[in-house]
Ligand binder design. Structure first.
Ligand code: NHW
Ligand code: EN5
Length: 388
């Protein structure tokens, strides 16, 4: 049972398959004057803070909390290690609200012990474009777990989102909650198989030697698609058109305008990489691929302390076969020294995963909407949304 989630406007397990319930908002908005004006109560030793992520000191505190306490795999071998530059990028998109970057400190020591964030986004659900909060980076210090702090964090971010007259949210988690709109599979493509095996990220396959494995995952030194190059600022209009047109086919997708594309997809070193294909004849932008950088700390290994991972982000093919485009993405990631290239089975990713030697991981990712019901779960291939 879910004592907290049962009280929230989310799809409930008991309603699965109940066709009498309509798709759309579960609760109607209330007048802003009826939104609670004071923060929720925390246990007495703690206090709320609004994090100024622009401040180097604050950013460092958040970075340290997450580095030591954020998401681990099921065997506690790796922990996500979002960089400070990444956090700044993730938390300051167009129209962001500083009030949605929420921390909890110990009153006496001022130590940061919990965190949750939202950023605004337009998400299209079938024919409706809904302004939502994307909720991410929920973290409670390891020493304060299981004290029901997470529900208070979630209620407080909800209150602050409501104060901006926004009534829906999107989030993903590795755990099952009421109720996923879709469940996706993580896939992994080895770029540096020897290191991945040494740190326990992958295993030597049956009847495989190290040298056969290295050969299996070898990639050429340079990309093969003529006109393949990094995205630049002047490409924003063309990339926006390409992406908007591509994302229109999915049941649930992000709705990106030119400002969003500039923020989310213009290359930022060690944060996000984007490439496109400019036709050598017509100079048209026909294809696009991108990935973001999210290293993981390797826990308790003598030889290595970090794993450098690229995560597939948004990809569009209209002329270059998606398989070839993604193979070029693997080649640039390898050249930039990533150890592994990760992807979910969202959008059209199924069409290249097996062929490009990705293998299924031991992790799943569940997608959720807050205060928006879908009658039936979606297939991962119906999702045009990637959260960081
Ligand atoms: S998913 C990553 C979440 N973070 C981590 O996994 C980091 C490591 N773990 C922790 O820090 C990406 C703690 O274990 C956390 C839970 C803080 C996860 N989402 O305090 P209690 C995101 O950030 C429920 C939602 O005792 P704890 C997305 C759990 O089911 N709920 O647990 C975040 C239970 O409720 P129940 C989660 O271990 C989306 C209650 O928390 C959850 O000390 C947030 C237990 O609380 C999760 N990942 O702390 C929702 N994990 O009903 C946004 C556990 O089952 C909703 N729980 O009794 C939208 C809000 C905005 C709306 C706007 C209109
Ligand atoms: C929301 N923004 O479990 C994020 N990762 O498979 C929060 N496994 O890396 C939600 N256990 O399978 C995060 N190697 C949910 C994910 C949490 C992290 C997580 C999984 C995803 C992962 C690796 C390592 C497993 C280590 C032991 C894994 C196998 C790779 C192999 C390569 C060769 C081909 C076959 C697969």
């Amino acid at each position: 049972t879910h004592k907290f989630w049962e009280t929230q406007p989310v799809g409930q397990f008991k309603d699965i398959g109940n066709t009498s319930l309509a798709e759309g908002p579960i609760e109607q908005p209330t007048p802003l004057s009826e939104v609670k004006q004071e923060p929720y109560n925390l246990p007495n030793l703690y206090e709320w803070i609004t994090c100024d992520i622009d401040s180097e000191e604050m950013c460092m505190e958040v970075y340290k909390l997450l580095t030591n306490n954020y998401v681990e795999d099921d065997e506690n071998m790796f922990r996500f290690n979002y960089s400070k530059e990444f956090l700044r990028w993730a938390l300051r998109p167009p129209g962001y609200f500083k009030s949605w970057h929420i921390g909890v400190r110990v009153k006496s020591s001022k130590k940061l012990v919990a965190f949750i964030t939202g950023v605004p986004a337009r998400i299209r659900v079938r024919d409706d474009i809904v302004t939502m909060a994307e909720i991410n980076f929920l973290c409670v210090h390891k020493k304060l777990r299981s004290k029901r702090l997470a529900p208070v964090m979630i209620k407080e971010v909800t209150r602050r989102v409501h104060l901006e007259n926004i009534w829906q949210a999107a989030y993903t988690a590795g755990v099952v909650l009421p109720t996923p709109i879709s469940t996706c599979q993580y896939w992994h493509r080895s770029l540096n198989p020897k290191k991945l095996i040494d740190v326990g990220f992958s295993r030597l396959g049956a009847r495989m030697t190290m040298s056969r494995t290295i050969k299996l995952y070898k990639l050429p030194d340079s990309t093969v698609t003529p006109g393949f190059r990094q995205m630049e600022l002047h490409d924003v209009p063309a990339v926006t058109r390409l992406l908007r047109n591509y994302l229109s086919q999915f049941a649930v997708a992000v709705d990106l305008d030119e400002n969003d594309v500039e923020h989310w997809l213009l290359p930022t070193e060690n944060v996000v990489d984007s490439y496109l294909v400019e036709s050598p004849e017509t100079h048209e932008i026909t294809d696009f691929c991108s990935f973001y950088t999210l290293p993981s700390t390797v826990l308790g290994n003598q030889n290595y302390s970090t794993l450098k991972a690229a995560y597939s982000y948004y990809n569009v093919s209209t002329k270059t076969p998606l398989l070839q485009l993604m193979n070029d993405a693997l080649i640039v990631a390898k050249r930039k020294d990533y150890d592994v290239f990760n992807a979910l089975d969202v959008m059209q990713n199924e069409t290249f995963l097996k062929e490009l030697k990705f293998g299924p991981g031991d992790g799943k990712l569940h997608y959720y909407l807050y205060n928006y019901r879908l009658r039936n779960p979606l297939k991962p291939a119906e999702l045009g949304l990637v959260l960081l």
